[in-house]
Design a protein around this ligand. Structure first.
Ligand SMILES: Nc1nc2c(c(=O)[nH]1)N[C@H]1C(S)=C(S)[C@@H](COP(=O)(O)O)O[C@H]1N2
Ligand SMILES: [Mo]
Length: 462
């Protein structure tokens, strides 16, 4: 059965395959037998994940979830921690020492005087929120040590009444909270390489995160200052030494721009803009100016340093986009992903994140056979506009080769291109380093993870 997607394109989605003999012989005890196989190479109907109690243990042969034998009817023994008092609660708690490997990767750990980046370990996280200590960072000058009592934000230029705000004054305005993803325009740049560069999901897609941000809407402050009708843009400037400046259309200020003070309930992390940053939901990371100290309303874009080469996209024909604000619809599989090994054939949960700078995620399709057939993943609630949406898909790995892919659609009907479709328009780049510089930006095509018969996973192109 083939269908037409809601962009009106004929495609091979919703292909239903007759189970092979091997598939038909899969372990009994699963609520959803192979009648619910929804696409090739073992994808199982997403209803299998919606609280239906798939008998996972029955689908595993050994190890976790294995049946107890009668000889081990009382298998629980007291380890030392069950026999002695625990430790003292700490005023500010860090994760368990057993989670020490759940950490960002740093591009420039010695803080040499050039850009520092920290990448989110997506393969070790779940849900839709990135904890503050694991939020990605791009810092051109290193995170400054700002005293909030001395920090000021000014709004001036083409306004009726220029104003200067202390942090205390800002906190008196009506606040709002929203969950929003943030992504560096340079995220996923390794995929511009003509050959699939080997790196895990953290190395390839680690410059995107999602947090709950609380603060004051910029429009609330602009109601106080008033806007001169000539003002079409504003220039935002940071207080760190590079004084990063970006030009933003006033329309975004009046839409959903936020002067953010809190990140996941606590004050912004120093690397993410403490004590105040600009949040432009859905717009490329670079425009979300941290350590915000100035908003100047102007008639035309400033064409500042960051608007010259780095953030104007060069196209294969030599033309360039002057601005490329939007982070377009995208998804990637976080589990399983490179660096993990599938230990044995059986039931697995494919999971990942999808997001769009345009709005909500409408659907995510998953393939286990390199895009020959697809099935619709379960979207975990809440599905919020311009936020990470967690998707999940049940998969029975038969021990053979597989290529796992995800492809997202947003509510406006935009969809993630395949890599072939993407490079036809945007081109490829030779000599792309897996981590580091971003010679080209805004890569949003489908990512492929190849699973080999040993259960090892690598980055692949199809
Ligand atoms: N003041 C200031 N703002 C900045 C930057 C910076 O170095 N200084 N880096 C920009 C870039 S390139 C990105 S991708 C985002 C990253 O935000 P984060 O570090 O909070 O994840 O911040 C942007 N805002
Ligand atoms: Mo960035």
């Amino acid at each position: 059965m083939t269908g037409t997607d809601h962009c009106g394109r004929k495609n091979q989605f919703y292909t239903l395959k007759t189970p092979t003999a091997e598939e038909a012989a899969m372990p009994k005890g699963m609520r959803h037998p192979w009648g619910d196989a929804v696409a090739g190479n073992g994808l199982i109907d997403r209803r299998a994940l919606l609280g239906q109690g798939v008998a996972i243990a029955g689908a595993l042969s050994t190890g976790v979830g294995a049946s107890l034998t009668s000889a081990a009817a009382e298998p629980l023994k007291d380890d030392p921690w069950s026999l002695e008092p625990g430790s003292n609660i700490k005023p500010y708690e860090l994760p368990s020492r057993f989670e020490n490997n759940v950490a960002r990767t740093l591009s420039n750990p010695d803080g040499l005087p050039f850009v520092q980046t920290a990448r989110t370990p997506h393969h070790m996280l779940n849900g839709m929120i990135t904890p503050n200590g694991l939020h990605f960072v791009v810092a051109y000058g290193g995170p400054p040590d700002i005293d909030p009592d001395k920090h000021r934000l000014v709004i001036h230029g083409l306004v009726k009444r220029p104003l200067m705000f202390t942090l205390e004054a800002l906190a008196r305005y009506p606040m709002v909270s929203r969950i929003s993803f943030l992504e560096c325009g340079g995220n996923s740049a390794p995929l511009f390489s003509p050959q699939p560069l080997q790196g895990n999901v953290q190395a390839l897609h680690g410059l995107a995160s999602c947090a709950e941000w609380s603060g004051v809407k910029l429009s609330t402050l602009l109601e106080e200052t008033g806007i001169d009708s000539k003002a079409k843009w504003f220039i935002a400037e940071g207080a760190d030494a590079p004084h990063l400046t970006r030009s933003v259309p006033v329309a975004k200020a009046l839409d959903d721009a936020m002067i953010a003070l809190y990140q996941n309930g606590e004050r912004l992390a120093p690397s993410n803009g403490y004590p105040v940053r600009l949040l432009l939901p859905g717009y490329e990371g670079n425009m979300n100016v941290k350590y915000l100290r100035r908003i100047k309303l102007v008639e035309a874009p400033a064409m500042g340093f960051w608007e010259t080469k780095t953030y104007t996209q060069l196209l294969p024909n030599g033309e360039a986009y002057q601005f490329y604000f939007l982070q377009e619809v995208k998804s990637f599989i976080t589990q399983p992903s490179p660096g993990m090994t599938l230990k044995q054939p059986g039931l697995y949960q494919i999971s990942g994140v999808a997001y769009s700078g345009t709005g909500r995620i409408a659907k995510v399709m998953v393939s286990a056979d390199g895009g020959q057939s697809w099935a619709e993943a379960a979207l975990q609630e809440p599905v919020l506009t311009k936020a990470f949406t967690r998707f999940r898909m049940a998969w029975h790995w038969n021990g053979g080769p597989a290529i796992l892919q995800s492809r997202a659609w947003d509510e406006a009907g935009n969809f993630q291109p395949t890599r072939a479709e993407f490079v036809a328009h945007r081109g490829e780049l030779k000599n792309v380093p897996p981590i580091g510089a971003y010679p080209n930006q805004h890569f949003n095509a489908v990512t492929s993870w190849a699973v080999d018969p040993k259960g090892q996973i690598s980055h692949a192109y199809t």
